[in-house]
Ligand binder design. Structure first.
Ligand code: HDE
Length: 700
């Protein structure tokens, strides 16, 4: 909150108490240290502070004294407030919640979190973009991190996944290069949070194993509508290990209860301008209003023998296992129901690590996973600055934990006794090994020679890229072709553009041609040699978004553009129907203070210039004829209608609203309905109008 400015140049010296009187105004907010309404403000040493507004000066207009420990401590702490941001996934948003197991996997694992049906395990879940810095925007085209820390009774389990089930590279040793290439270019320091630049596509063009992930990255998966509407994937195969020591492979999937939903590219671009914090705010508002986001946790379980029959190697993280091959089994649900109290203490300081697994969950030999097992703890040592970061409340297990690790920067624990080693005989209550402890799965290795080699079974880089592209609906394919065209159009180096189109020829000839046309290439560049000719796998409709979207308004937002005199009854009816369908509703007006037709003065929820239709899933324009005429000359109102139409949203209009559509050259179609027909509006609002797209957008 802004405080009053200190009185300038007092003519004579005043005591700090006198100055405080001046600061305080009426004196109403004065609270005594002991027994007052508020706790006393103190230094970090607990010394009560009497004046937090003025530093100690040699004279009223004289220099500040070094002696002022209150000032020095405050400024010193402030100077050190920032810590290094995450090298990737710096921009994140998190929430607390719980995981509830609904189906036991006792046959497969001894991990209690996966066997105790009905148990609620606390979780802390952080979503992130990958490439941008901590202060970058929420809605670039980017992969989303989906990291869950389960505070289980047997220690923390971190499932550190993404919203895409595969990855760009097959070996951890390539990760620093991948990340360097996608981050802003080092000589010019741009672009921020974007893959549409030369270095990224240069690296990709020379890394054919990335092509499957590229198909996902260029799909609408990377421009999600809401973090509440993304899927999550553990990506790698993990192992479940049961009480007999037998192990089964597992892939983890999160499925959002609200259904998966994305934006269209133009919408994502405009959202960046409308609200840098769109996803963060959306998650915050949902949780604060009690509409708790929820996901199902599902698993794909398969044996070594099953895996041997797959037409790909499941240890290769550029491959997924189609649901049609190994069906998903839902085993529980996660609900996020509590916003963190403090962003830094929790969201920023949380440290996830894929190596954190309880007994009963184990790793596979996926070479990317193997590298990750090292990287996270390592980076966190420098990011959080001490090997004791596990003691920070958000990172500390909620079960007892004890060992002989001691000391180090920022040690918070005060261990008692003489014994800080193991084995020992001097102290009965010192921690010992336990039979229930973590045991690695007994896996027999093959006996081939050690070497820096890539398994031959990892050599097929195009079949699943083809599977993904060919499994998409027509509009989604068009979006991918357009996204590739857009990204490559930002690449100035001709041979890089051409090399990518060459790769696309292995995936789908039509896709390659469309992108080549979009880029104005005179002819199709040659396809690079492929180590393995791609095969055609049966299409997997589960890989679509459009085919999987839920016909629902639940968790969505409806915006109603109103002005003085707008028909109160129509607005009431639209609002009620939208609320009943599970949406939130906001009234948007050119001025916040207005009066509807019932004459009652009211405040709109959003001012038109700052509340464009991009932040809604469907809109209504309810305006008097007179207001319609006036607003038809207002760019923000016309954009409100035109963008809603262009972003394929359902629109309801009355007579005044119609004037705005006309001004925006917006025609009528099945998704544009009369504001009086509430039922038709709800139907149109529940889905995007895909049939409209070819009429409003030239896609590649
Ligand atoms: Fe990460 N990754 N990663 N990653 N990753 C990090 O750890 C790394 C990979 C993922 O909200 C870092 O604490 C390597 C795949 C998420 O705090 C770092 C490799 C997947 C988050 C790191 C990968 C992920 C990270 C940076 C290739 C999906 C954010 C800060 C071998 C399965 C977690 C940090 C959060 C963060 C390393 C690849 C997911 C540098 C070496 C594949 C969601 O340790």
């Amino acid at each position: 909150m802004a405080s009053k400015k200190p009185t300038p140049k007092p003519a004579k010296a005043r005591s700090s108490d006198e100055c405080r009187e001046a600061e305080r105004g009426s004196g109403d907010e004065l609270h005594e240290h002991a027994g007052g309404k508020h706790p006393a403000l103190t230094t970090n040493q607990g010394i009560p502070v009497s004046d937090n507004q003025n530093s100690l000066r040699a004279s009223p207009r004289g220099p500040t004294l070094l002696e002022d420990f209150v000032l020095r401590e405050k400024i010193t702490h402030f100077d050190h407030e920032r810590i290094p941001e995450r090298i990737v996934h710096a921009r994140g948003t998190a929430a607390h919640g719980y995981f509830e197991l609904t189906t036991s996997l006792a046959k497969y694992t001894k991990a209690r979190i996966l066997t105790e049906v009905g148990e609620k395990t606390p979780v802390f879940t952080r979503f992130s973009t990958v490439a941008g810095g901590a202060g970058s925007v929420d809605t670039p085209r980017d992969v989303r991190g989906f990291a869950v820390k389960f505070y289980t009774k047997e220690g923390n389990w971190d499932l550190v996944g993404n919203n895409i089930p595969v990855f760009f590279i097959q070996d951890a040793i390539k990760f620093p290069d991948l990340v360097h290439s996608v981050k802003m270019e080092p000589d010019r320091a741009f672009p921020q949070a974007a893959s549409a630049h030369d270095t990224f596509w240069d690296f990709i063009s020379l890394t054919p194993e990335a092509m499957h992930m590229i198909m996902w990255a260029m799909s609408d998966r990377t421009i999600p509508r809401s973090l509440r509407m993304i899927e999550g994937f553990g990506v790698h195969s993990f192992r479940l290990v049961n009480a007999d020591g037998a192990s089964t492979f597992v892939k983890f999937h999160w499925r959002p209860k609200l259904g998966i939903q994305s934006t269209v590219w133009d919408e994502a671009v405009k959202l960046q301008a409308a609200d840098n914090d769109f996803h963060r705010r959306d998650l915050f508002e949902a949780i604060e209003s009690g509409r708790y986001p929820e996901w199902n946790l599902a698993v794909q379980l398969f044996t070594e023998e099953d895996a041997a029959a797959f037409p790909f190697d499941h240890l290769d993280p550029t491959k997924l296992i189609p649901e049609e091959l190994v069906p998903l089994k839902v085993i529980g649900r996660m609900v996020l129901d509590r916003w963190p109290d403090n962003f830094f203490a929790e969201t920023e300081q949380v440290a996830y690590c894929p190596a954190n697994v309880p007994p009963g969950i184990d790793f596979s030999n996926d070479p990317l996973l193997q590298g990750r097992l090292f990287s996270y703890l390592d980076t966190q040592l420098s990011r959080l600055g001490s090997p004791n970061f596990h003691q920070i409340p958000v990172n500390a297990p909620k079960c007892p934990f004890a060992n002989m690790q001691r000391d180090g920067h920022m040690q918070m624990q005060v261990p008692k006794g003489r014994v800080n080693y193991e084995p020992s005989s001097l102290q009965e209550d010192s921690p010992r090994e336990t039979r229930a402890g973590f045991r690695s799965a007994a896996v027999t290795g093959d006996d081939s020679a050690k070497g820096r080699v890539r398994a031959e079974s990892f050599a097929d880089h195009y079949s699943q890229a083809r599977l993904f592209f060919r499994s998409q609906s027509k509009p989604e394919q068009a979006h991918m072709a357009s996204a590739l065209t857009f990204e490559l159009s930002k690449v100035a180096t001709m041979h890089v553009r051409e090399a990518i189109v060459g790769h696309l020829r292995h995936i789908d000839a039509d896709l390659a041609q469309r992108v080549a046309n979009g880029l104005g290439l005179a002819s199709l560049p040659p396809a690079p040699p492929a180590a393995v000719s791609p095969i055609d796998m049966p299409p997997s409709p589960a890989l679509q978004i459009i085919g999987k979207m839920k016909d629902t308004l639940e968790g969505r937002a409806v915006g109603i553009l109103v002005d003085d005199g707008s028909d109160a009854a129509t607005i009431r009816a639209l609002r009620k129907a939208a609320l009943d369908a599970g949406a939130s509703v906001k009234l948007v007006a050119p001025r916040l203070g207005i009066a509807l037709s019932d004459g009652k003065p009211m405040y709109a929820d959003g001012q038109l210039a700052g509340t464009p239709s991009t932040v809604f899933d469907a809109v209504a324009l309810v305006l008097t004829e007179e207001a319609g005429k006036r607003l038809a000359r207002n760019g923000s109102a016309v954009d409100f209608a035109r963008d809603a139409f262009g972003h394929l949203k359902g629109i309801a209009v009355d007579g005044g609203g119609q004037a705005i559509l006309k001004a925006g050259h917006v025609g009528r179609d099945a998704g544009v309905v009369d504001a009086s027909d509430v039922k038709a509006f709800i139907k149109a609002a529940k889905t995007r109008q895909w049939d409209r797209e070819p009429k409003v957008r030239l896609l590649a």
